[in-house]
Design a protein around this ligand. Sequence first.
Ligand SMILES: [Ca+2]
Length: 150
Amino acid sequence: MYRISEPWPTHLISLFVMVSLFVGCGPQRHYELEIDSSVPWTMTDIMIPSGSQLTIEAYGAISPNGSEYVDADGSSDEDWNRNYNMYPRINHCSLIARIGAGGEVFAVGVSNKKYISEGGRLLLGINDNNPENNEGTLKVIVQIDTVSAP
Ligand SMILES: [Ca+2]
């Protein structure tokens, strides 16, 4: 049986803080954010450097109409709410992204890994042109890995 009987020693806490700072400044960066499904595009504070590997994972359920819920993959049923798609070839109510406000939109879903050749600010959105009646939020994990030049 394990039991903590004394407070953490100060030098261990200091070491933990130092290691955390070191990892935070390394070539890998990790973010956690919440995306509101009733907002068409969320401008994040995350800057993606050119030539990096972007990994996005999304957890939770959202609804495009307040009654039916899907995960971040949205619905693969092409007929389901198709008139409400901002981007016709991407699942309705799925998580989408672009790098920079004018960047090309790409599907993310529950998990996506993508090489970013031209960096910029990360925007995350929901493929729904009528987001006012949406419900729910997604917890989104973003990881950026520096990739060495090919
Ligand atoms: Ca909607």
